[in-house]
Design a protein around this ligand. Structure first.
Ligand code: PRX
Length: 631
């Protein structure tokens, strides 16, 4: 199923559009099914109702583990690199990973988990995280992984939204020279989570934790009490595989739902093609499994293809800015998949951290999560890829399950900062505000997809109407991505960024309304408005305009207090980079905040604010501009 030439891509693409069902059925033949499908696809985007491979029976872990055992049981499945370079890395072969997943799946059963139950996972980047994810899939439980940077309140909201029954966590996590007390955060969260019956805790940092009798147990003890024989649960194609929460325009994160068969086929196909993965190569995706990139391209995609996937616990700059490069040299990484924010941050250290490090194993480079600027693209190409490794700039989303628009390595001619062309099976269109298709090349518009693909979201957990409203109602019969996009003269796509109230900070999606809600919870705050602004390393930074009338402490301390509140409510990842105290916000007569003006102020571009005559009180703007000069 690997495409090896541009002509073949063009042919395949044509076929995938003309006969999508035949095309995807052909791809699906490369996977292991307990029973094949009766019907490849039924769909409408109006409800929406999307079903792929209906009637098929499978388990994704049979594809990620069992099917590799006979021929490749001793091949490394996961190479784990710890936060501390002085500690040993760990390699789990397919045989060992299979054994450990089955054993932990039995632990889950022993603790009352069964098919369909939701399980929250809040863990550090250790092999046990991948094992926990796969063990859920093994027994048909639905995992909901929450990134280690989220607060107790965020976790509680997610646990309650999905009525989770179990939590899998660890005592703590290492991140550079910091430690995060994961179990403590979970304990705080669980005060408000009545559905949780059991908590399984892995020992990792060896920090003391409180263990509640009857509820909490140790991972290490539990695995000793069960055997490693656990046949995979038979799942229907459209049974839920996982929920992953992501931010949108409104305050409350949505639980994006992915199902078994389509997600498996799509992540496997895109992994194998986009990265041109060859047997025995080492693939290193630097994301955290708490995000979709980690789900699809650390765990499911690589493992379904029998690949060797690197899991890195640490951060690129600890203990030094050479760390990423040392990991690549040490494990002879062939394919590196990372984010523009990491590239920009490392670029800031110059080439000195690269001295004496052998990067010659690298063959393909990938970028994901946000637009990559040309400067970072060229640095990546020249200094890391030595101009011989193609860069695949992959555009996709939590909702799309896998990569959608991207070069295929060694196939698609690349162009800096362009995600280039749609993968086979993906039918993008650009529309104007009224949903009218913008045809031809050299045009800009809102990016939509007009035909289903197997990896797409099926619903938002517990609220199908919200899924319909968010993605399928803006434009009739189209999936709306929320992104703006340029199609250039060559028909190449370049993603220009979100057109909704979502900001992309270091490749992480954060809803402005979410941050505003958190700031507004702070005592003394009357109202706030949050916008994104260009940030050299993070891509976008968070700028908050806050009405706080009685500044009785000094402004700096109050700013820090507000940051504490945001950290408590959402997590450190949502902390504003800048807070400006103002006495009013620019509102229209109907009470809507004119964010356009705030964005200009945040960008420092106050020369031409456009028409402000519709504002209730145009004086507010001058005042905001004046005080912004004091920041
Ligand atoms: O705005 C796009 C941006 O990230 C958004 C999706 O965020 P999330 O669901 O968190 O998934 C990130 C990892 C897949 C998109 O709507 N984005 C993602 N990849 C790119 C990108 N923007 C430009 N270029 C990309 N390659």
């Amino acid at each position: 199923m690997q495409i090896t030439s541009f002509e073949q891509y063009q042919e395949t693409y044509k076929q995938s559009v003309n006969e999508p069902e035949k095309f995807w059925a052909g791809i699906a033949e490369n996977f292991l099914w307990k029973k094949k499908w009766d019907n490849v696809l039924s769909w409408n985007f109006s409800e929406p109702n999307i079903k792929w491979f209906e009637g098929a029976k499978l388990n994704i872990t049979d594809n990620c583990l069992d099917r590799h055992l006979i021929e490749h049981g001793d091949r490394p499945a996961i190479i784990w690199e710890p936060n501390d370079p002085e500690k040993d890395s760990i390699t789990l072969t397919y045989k060992i990973l299979h054994e450990r997943v089955c054993r932990f799946a039995n632990v889950l059963k022993k603790n009352g988990a069964k098919k369909g139950d939701r399980i929250c996972i809040y863990m550090p980047m250790v092999p046990e995280l991948a094992i926990a994810v796969l063990a859920c899939a093994r027994i048909g439980a639905v995992h909901s992984v929450v990134f280690g940077g989220f607060s107790a309140k965020s976790i509680a909201d997610r646990i309650n939204d999905a009525s989770c029954k179990l939590v899998i966590t660890a005592d703590g996590a290492f991140r550079g020279n910091k430690q995060i007390q994961l179990k403590e955060v979970i304990d705080d969260a669980l005060i408000g989570c009545p559905t949780i019956e059991k908590v399984i805790v892995l020992t990792h940092t060896r920090t003391p934790v409180s263990m509640l009798k009857g509820r909490d147990c140790w991972w290490e003890d539990e695995v000793k009490m069960v055997d490693a024989n656990c046949p995979a649960e038979e799942m229907d194609a459209e049974d839920l595989l996982f929920i992953l929460y992501t931010s949108g325009s409104t305050g409350k994160p949505k639980g994006v739902v992915h199902t078994c068969a389509g997600y498996m086929v799509y992540t496997g196909y895109t992994f194998s093609n986009v990265f041109n993965y060859q047997p025995n190569e080492v693939f290193f995706c630097t994301a955290d499994i708490g995000w979709i990139t980690g789900h699809s391209y650390i765990v499911y995609g690589p493992l379904s293809q029998g690949a060797t996937t690197v899991m890195f616990e640490g951060i690129p700059t600890f203990p030094t800015a050479s760390r990423f490069w040392q990991v690549i040299e040490k494990h002879k990484v062939n394919i590196l998949y990372t984010a523009p924010t990491a590239i920009r941050s490392l670029m800031g250290f110059g080439t000195e951290p690269l001295n004496g490090i052998d990067l010659s194993s690298l063959r393909v480079l990938g970028s994901v999560g946000e637009p990559i600027n040309e400067e970072a693209w060229h640095w990546f190409d020249e200094e890391i890829g030595k101009k011989k490794s193609p860069i695949v700039d992959t555009w996709w989303q939590t909702e799309t399950g896998g990569i959608m628009i991207s070069p295929i390595a060694y196939v698609t001619p690349t162009k800096p900062s362009f995600a280039t062309l749609p993968l086979p099976g993906i039918q993008p269109i650009l529309v104007d505000e009224n949903g009218k298709e913008i045809e031809g090349n050299g045009v800009n518009g809102n990016l939509c997809i007009k035909f289903p693909w197997p990896g797409m979201l099926r619903t938002t957990y517990g609220d199908h109407e919200r899924c319909k409203l968010t993605y399928f109602s803006t434009y009739e019969n189209l999936y709306f991505t929320g992104d703006g996009c340029l199609r250039d003269e060559d028909g190449y796509y370049r993603i220009t960024g979100r057109v909704d109230d979502v900001i992309n900070v270091s490749g992480h999606r954060i809803g402005t309304a979410e941050v505003e809600n958190a700031i507004n919870m702070h005592a003394g705050v009357i109202e706030s408005a949050v916008v994104g602004y260009p940030h050299d390393v993070k891509g976008q930074g968070i700028f908050a305009f806050v009405i706080y009338p009685n500044l009785n402490k000094d402004a700096d301390l109050t700013r820090k207090d507000i940051l504490q509140t945001v950290t408590r409510v959402i997590g450190a990842i949502a902390k504003p980079d800048k807070i400006l105290f103002v006495s009013g916000l620019p509102k229209t007569r109907s009470g809507k905040i004119m964010r356009r003006i705030l964005r200009k102020v945040a960008e420092g571009d106050t020369g031409n604010l456009g028409d402000i005559s519709t504002l209730l009180d145009p004086n507010v703007v001058n005042e905001i501009i004046e005080s912004s000069k004091t920041l």
